[in-house]
Design a protein around this ligand. Structure first.
Ligand SMILES: Nc1ncnc2c1ncn2[C@@H]1O[C@H](COP(=O)(O)OP(=O)(O)O)[C@@H](O)[C@H]1O
Ligand SMILES: [Mg+2]
Length: 381
């Protein structure tokens, strides 16, 4: 490059650069205005930068005045075209953004995001935004559905619990009246029956209390290392008489030395609820297996029964509060299987999740299998 050319580049850079810097300041001042102003201003800056460069280097170009005027005119016309194009693009931008704004406004009103067609949505960024809004809308719909399900099960809970409390209370009143009037032919049977009913109601109130603590989020866990084998043996030992009475074989095993960090009382409640459910839903001569295994980063406890399989709906709703299966509600008057108000599995889920674990159910011939996964002792909360 000759010295002349270097000079021209330097002079043009100084003039165009100066014009460009001033233009950027102007664009900055306009930044909160419509995008139409911005694209128009960018086009003006581009043209002014070219003109400034030309004016600055005019002397070095040795042009005649006539030639210089011609060049000025040509670049002015080109400039007008550029500004027009910039404004057109800006108008299109503002159209797309208004459409999106309108969709977002309707989203806010109806809670459903209905996107227009892709081509009417403009550049990739706007499409990305529309897709994000559409995903948000899906998530909102899901959480509304979840809320609605919760609300329904809460209402069912109140209805069923009052039903489940009213029936034994009516029985208790009848029995106490009979005792009072001295017309009970076998008072000791009445006493036993009263005792059983009261126990069952105590358990139901206890379950409700536990559930409300879980839902209020103030389940206080006192975590400590727990030998899973010991905990399962205790649960099996205390459930064994019930299993025997129903002719159900209760067995299983836990890996040697398997340890979890958990609240022992709450975890016992989990295992007890699952084992009792399994026994209750297994026909006589059936088998209930409780197995504890170590996974790569978790401990897995499974309770397998012979319930004959669960329907899709049962599996989806088993952990809902007050869900009692798609079969008819048949309160268990012995009370050994818990309150019988459909709270057991909701409590299991609440406790397991408070331990940062997960509980699930699947069919497992000839019955179903409830699986609790807890974080390893090393990774526990
Ligand atoms: N081991 C199981 N096998 C088959 N069904 C089960 C089992 N455990 C629970 N269920 C179903 O899930 C429902 C909810 O269980 P749960 O919350 O313990 O309430 P409850 O025992 O009071 O009925 C039960 O009514 C039953 O339909
Ligand atoms: Mg139960």
């Amino acid at each position: 490059m000759s010295k002349d050319q270097v000079d021209i580049v330097l002079i043009a850079a100084a003039w165009s650069g100066g014009a460009g810097a001033l233009g950027l300041c102007a664009v900055w001042l306009l930044r909160t205005r419509s995008v139409r102003w911005l694209t128009g201003a960018v086009a003006v800056v581009a043209v002014v930068a070219v003109l400034a460069g030309m004016v600055g280097t005019a002397r070095a170009m040795f042009l005649s005045t006539h030639d210089f005027n011609v060049m000025l005119l040509v670049s002015l016309v080109a400039g007008l075209v550029a500004v027009g194009a910039g404004a057109a693009v800006g108008t299109a931008f503002s159209g797309w953004s208004h459409a999106l704004q309108e969709e977002a406004r309707r989203f806010g009103e109806s809670g459903e995001f209905k996107a227009g067609n892709d081509r009417g949505r403009g550049p990739a960024e706007f499409q990305g935004l529309a897709e994000e809004l559409s995903r948000t809308s899906d998530r909102l719909r899901e959480s509304r559905a979840r809320e609605a399900r919760l609300e329904v099960s809460r209402r069912e809970l109140v209805a069923w619990v009052s039903h489940d409390l009213r029936t034994p209370l009516a029985g208790l009143r009848a029995m106490t009246e009979a005792l009072e009037d001295g017309i009970a032919d076998d008072p000791s049977r009445y006493h036993r029956q009263i005792r059983v009913e009261v126990d069952r109601m105590v358990r139901m109130v206890d379950d409700l209390f536990e559930l409300s603590r879980i839902h209020a989020g103030n389940l206080r866990l006192s975590l400590e290392p727990v030998m899973l084998g010991d905990l399962v043996s205790e649960a099996i030992a205390s459930a064994d008489p019930v299993a025997r009475a129903r002719g159900v074989r209760l067995g299983g095993g836990v890996d040697e030395g398997l340890e979890v960090v958990a609240d022992p009382a709450e975890l016992s409640r989990v295992v007890g609820n699952l084992v009792m459910n399994a026994i209750r839903h297994t026909p006589s001569d059936g088998v209930v297996q409780v197995v504890g295994r170590a996974g790569p980063d978790h401990v897995e406890l499974s309770v397998t029964d012979g319930c004959g399989g669960l329907s899709e709906e049962d599996m989806q709703r088993a952990f809902d509060v007050a869900w009692q299966g798609s079969s008819a509600r048949t309160p268990d008057h012995t009370g050994v299987f818990g309150s019988g108000a459909g709270l057991g599995l909701a409590i299991v889920k609440g406790i397991v999740e408070a331990h940062h674990g997960k509980v699930s159910v699947k069919n497992h011939d000839p019955g179903c299998q409830f699986v609790v996964r807890l974080p390893n002792a090393a990774t526990a909360p």
